[in-house]
Design a protein around this ligand. Structure first.
Ligand code: 13P
Length: 256
């Protein structure tokens, strides 16, 4: 049985004061929600202030990115150990914004995944096709390649030591989410791909959907068998909407 998981990716938003207020409000709204694992990923500069608010609650902390070396002359980078020291249990890796804007490739993603797992962080590997790739019928090919390359030579015994996020690039920040049927088709394929890589544990690895998730569309998505939760951008910047999504993912009655 896979426990559902919801992650708020705050991206490059929230100065410290705003981050503090959002974390405080989330703690109030979500402290009793144990049916779902709840994670927030603030920018690096707010990790500390958010950790102080959430560390005694059920809300966990994630980094939005990481570098693969433990320390050294890598100006501007952050190591897995630095994230752990800041209170992180999780780290988002290979987000399409990093792939497309910052030039991150599958080889870098693979190194980041390995370094994070070795340090004791749980990576969330992001995969997803662009609009033109979908239109040409390449969706599954792109997803397969990103997963196989990102997880190359990785031996895992514990399914909870990683999560996958399927985020169709055309759905991110556009208000145009994949339908539950479109998302489930890819999630089922991700699960098949994981089975070929990890055999037994693949059925217990959590696969999240991301891309314009809102309180209005999450119910349809989460009722699909291979969608185990969501990675949320815009709607995670408002406490009420993130909490509402988290409650719906956790199967709680609708928020009033
Ligand atoms: P939006 O929810 O804003 O579409 O962003 C999704 C995302 O990129 C989460 O990582």
């Amino acid at each position: 049985m896979r426990k559902r998981l919801v992650i708020g990716n705050w991206k490059m938003n929230m100065l410290k004061k705003e981050a503090l207020e959002l974390a405080q409000r989330l703690s109030e709204l979500l402290s009793h929600l144990n049916q779902v694992d709840i994670v927030v990923a603030p920018p690096y500069t707010s990790l500390d202030v958010v950790y102080k608010v959430i560390h005694k609650t059920n809300i966990q902390l994630a980094g939005q990115n990481v570098f693969w070396e433990p320390s050294g002359a890598f100006t501007g980078e952050i190591s897995p150990y630095m994230l752990i020291e800041a209170g992180c249990k999780w780290v988002i890796i290979g987000h399409s914004e990093r792939r497309d804007i910052l030039g991150e490739d599958d080889n870098m993603v693979e190194r980041k995944i390995k370094a994070s797992i070795n340090a004791g962080l749980i990576p969330i590997l992001c995969v997803g096709e662009k609009l033109d790739e979908r239109e040409k019928g390449y969706t599954m090919k792109v997803i397969k390649s990103q997963i196989e390359k990102g997880l190359k030579n990785l031996n895992l015994a514990d399914p909870n030591s990683i999560a996958i996020a399927y985020e169709p690039v055309w759905a991110i920040g556009t208000g145009k989410n994949a339908t539950p049927e479109e998302a489930e088709a890819v999630h089922g394929f991700v699960r098949e791909t994981l089975r070929k890589i990890f055999n037994g544990i693949a059925d217990n690895i959590r696969i999240l959907y991301g891309g314009s998730v809102t309180p209005e569309n999450i119910k349809g998505l989460i009722s699909s068998p291979d969608i185990d939760g969501a990675l949320i951008g815009g709607a995670s910047l408002r406490a009420e909407s993130f909490a509402k999504i988290a409650r719906l993912i956790g199967g709680m009655p609708h928020w009033t």
